[in-house]
Design a binder for this molecule. Structure first.
Ligand SMILES: Nc1ncnc2c1ncn2[C@@H]1O[C@H](COP(=O)(O)OP(=O)(O)OP(=O)(O)O)[C@@H](O)[C@H]1O
Ligand SMILES: [Mg+2]
Length: 639
């Protein structure tokens, strides 16, 4: 099986105690098999081609021997020309075969890399929000770029050449032993020390390679953060300290890379020097034997040129092993992400998130069909949105800490809109994130029209519930595409215009290319309030049955807010809505208000009732008026 990376073991059988380490390198690389499987025939052919090319190279010394002992010794010029012609043909054949190998592997390996990258991206989309909270984005980025490139390089070179060089060395040594076994033994002398060095090298190199690749991830994170946070950095004059942080990290990385280079230099020194010394010794011993008449000059020439032909296969082992180590590390890092568990499917459907761009169309189409089917099949037992004894603790919070939400009980009747009010940090955003299952409840349950959300598939759920968060994220796409992201496939200009009207986002029509205007990364070319209105339009465009809005109007001036509210009221008339609110004006949008305090809902009623009966509510409404309204939403807590 040509694709099995076993040659590493064949070439450097391990006398050192790092056998376990070696096996885990091989095991790591074996995990690539599912990706390599489809191209195994090509890779196998390429390996056979390369072995053939190497063998052709090994025939050249034999032709030399024939020339020296035959035509040269006999003074036969035509024989010498014939020999030269043979040599030329052999050389051309070798070059052609190696060229063929390259052609054979290039396209399939680019395909393998692209396939792995696509899988990684798809997997990242399906991973729960809790995973992304925990992982630095740079670490994910570097896995999708540098690590995958290392893997492609490994499949292109070391995988084939560890095998090819191993076979070449075996055949070459065989030829040399047949020519003259005493000289053969002299040449073989350094084999054991070289193997031991390889063993030690591999172990050390694997640790350093891992460190270097992790540091590349850290560095990527810093670059990414400083690009995204460039306004803050400039605004606070932090570019020097940011540059210093970057410099320190890149200095560390440089140190690690130098350590890699030193290790490579060390193994290279051993691998190059010892065989050269052995060749020198063989030359001396051989010359003495030729002088004694015990050996023909042609045999010595053939022997030495075989030995020289084997120099490259032996010398290259050092960096082939180094590349294999890096590839094993890259494989580990790749599968660390791929092994992370995706969101449980819930219900019958596939867990793919409809919040990510690409797969949205078909997923949503399927979802709305599913929703229709559901509506006909199951009649709502207790309609509306209901939280039943919901308890929630963030997965990365200390297990002994009190949960953020201890016992939330709340019923929002069908068609009702409920405002959610609470002190900052009380868990309002967290509670809203539980409805589309961005986080899973720790205990208790949430039902939509009587159906437990965990029994619905993600598509069903997310087609029923639309969300707009505090930080209105826009993607690098047109305004229209950003808004229609919230609708099923087939939604067109009519829906777009309606949603823009509801969200008072008609400014979009006045943009240079209207709703076809591209907004930059994260929509930075728009104002905070404009972005917020587009996010709101995205939430309402699909006419969802349930609407969850996290402080959707915080960045708007009072006039715009009033206009949005008037339009929203029409939408909210036939939608069940949960709206996080900080300001009385937003609260007044809703039919009733719920107060979140100490991890539970402590009061429910109309705004005026609560003002009378709940001192905490009255305090929040008087004290928080205008709370955070002038802050750009992008500059929140960065989640
Ligand atoms: N991903 C997370 N992991 C761990 N803890 C978190 C996470 N996100 C938020 N928290 C914590 O949960 C608490 C509640 O946060 P949340 O965002 O729900 O508050 P909020 O009520 O929406 O506040 P605000 O009014 O300021 O928007 C905070 O103390 C915060 O530190
Ligand atoms: Mg919040």
């Amino acid at each position: 099986m040509p694709t099995k990376p076993a040659p590493a073991t064949d070439l450097a059988p391990d006398p050192a105690p790092d056998a376990a380490e070696r096996r885990s390198t091989v095991r790591a690389l074996l995990r690539l098999w599912p990706y390599v499987r489809p191209v195994r025939a090509r890779l196998g052919t390429a390996a056979v081609t390369a072995i053939l090319a190497s063998c052709v190279g090994l025939v050249i010394p034999l032709v030399l021997k024939w020339m020296v002992d035959g035509p040269v010794a006999d003074g036969d010029p035509s024989g010498v020309w014939l020999g030269a012609l043979y040599l030329l043909l052999l050389g051309v054949a070798e070059a052609l075969l190696f060229g063929l190998r390259r052609w054979l592997v290039a396209r399939p390996l680019a395909g393998v890399e692209a396939g792995m990258r696509a899988d990684l991206y798809r997997h990242l989309q399906r991973l729960p929000v809790a995973f992304h909270d925990r992982w630095a984005s740079g670490q994910l980025l570097s896995r999708g770029t540098t690590d995958l490139m290392l893997l492609r390089m490994f499949l292109a070179f070391p995988l084939t050449f560890l095998l090819v060089n191993g076979v070449t060395i075996l055949i070459g040594v065989g030829i040399m032993l047949v020519q003259d076994w005493t000289l053969g033994l002299v040449i073989l002398g350094p084999a054991i020390p070289v193997m031991i060095t390889c063993g030690i090298f591999e172990k050390k190199y694997s640790a350093v390679a891992r460190r270097a690749q992790d540091q590349v991830g850290d560095l990527t994170t810093v670059v990414e953060e400083s690009v995204l946070g460039v306004r803050i950095i400039k605004g606070f004059g932090r570019h020097r300290s940011q540059a210093r942080a970057f410099h320190e990290l890149s200095h560390t990385l440089r140190g690690t890379e130098l350590r890699k280079a030193r290790l490579l230099a060390a193994i290279w020194a051993v691998i190059v020097t010892l065989p050269e010394v052995a060749i020198g010794a063989a030359l001396v011993v051989g010359a003495v034997q030729v002088a004694d008449g015990a050996l023909s000059a042609g045999t010595l020439v053939a022997f030495l040129s075989t030995a020289l032909a084997l120099r490259w296969p032996v010398e290259s082992i050092g960096f082939l092993l180094a590349m294999s180590q890096e590839a094993a590390t890259a494989t580990d890092r790749y599968f660390e992400v791929m092994d992370a568990e995706v969101e449980s499917a819930g219900g019958a459907g596939d867990p793919a998130s409809v919040l990510g761009g690409g797969e949205r169309g078909p997923a949503l189409r399927g979802a709305s069909r599913a929703v229709q089917a559901r509506g006909e099949a199951r009649l709502p037992a207790a309609g509306g949105l209901r939280f039943e004894h919901v308890r929630f603790r963030y997965p990365d919070a200390h297990p002994d800490s009190t949960p953020l939400l201890t016992d939330v009980d709340l019923h929002i009747r069908p068609g009702e809109s409920m405002a959610l009010v609470g002190a900052t940090g009380s868990g309002k955003t967290t509670l809203t994130a539980l409805v589309p299952r961005l986080h899973e409840v720790t205990e208790g349950r949430i039902t939509l029209d009587g159906a437990d959300i965990t029994t619905l598939s993600r598509e069903e759920l997310r087609a029923m519930v639309a969300v707009a968060f505090e930080e209105p994220t826009l993607f690098s796409a047109t305004v229209g595409e950003n808004v229609l992201m919230g609708a099923g496939a087939g939604a067109g200009d009519e829906e777009l215009d309606r949603a823009l009207a509801v969200a008072q986002a008609d400014f979009a029509h006045a943009l240079p290319q209207g709703t076809g205007t591209q907004v930059g990364e994260q929509g930075l070319s728009l104002s905070g309030g404009q972005r917020q209105r587009l996010a709101l339009a995205r939430a309402v465009v699909g006419r969802p049955r349930f609407l969850v809005l996290d402080d959707p109007l915080s960045a708007l001036d009072v006039h715009t807010e009033a206009a949005v509210e008037a339009a929203l009221r029409q939408v909210l008339a036939d939608t069940t809505a949960l709206i996080v609110a900080h300001r009385p004006s937003t609260v007044l949008l809703a039919d009733r208000v719920a107060l979140l305090s100490g991890g539970r809902i402590t009061a429910v009623g109309t705004h005026h009732e609560l003002l009378r009966t709940s001192p905490e509510y009255a305090h929040l409404m008087s004290g928080l008026d205008g709370h955070e309204t002038d802050e750009g939403p992008q500059e929140g807590n960065g989640r």
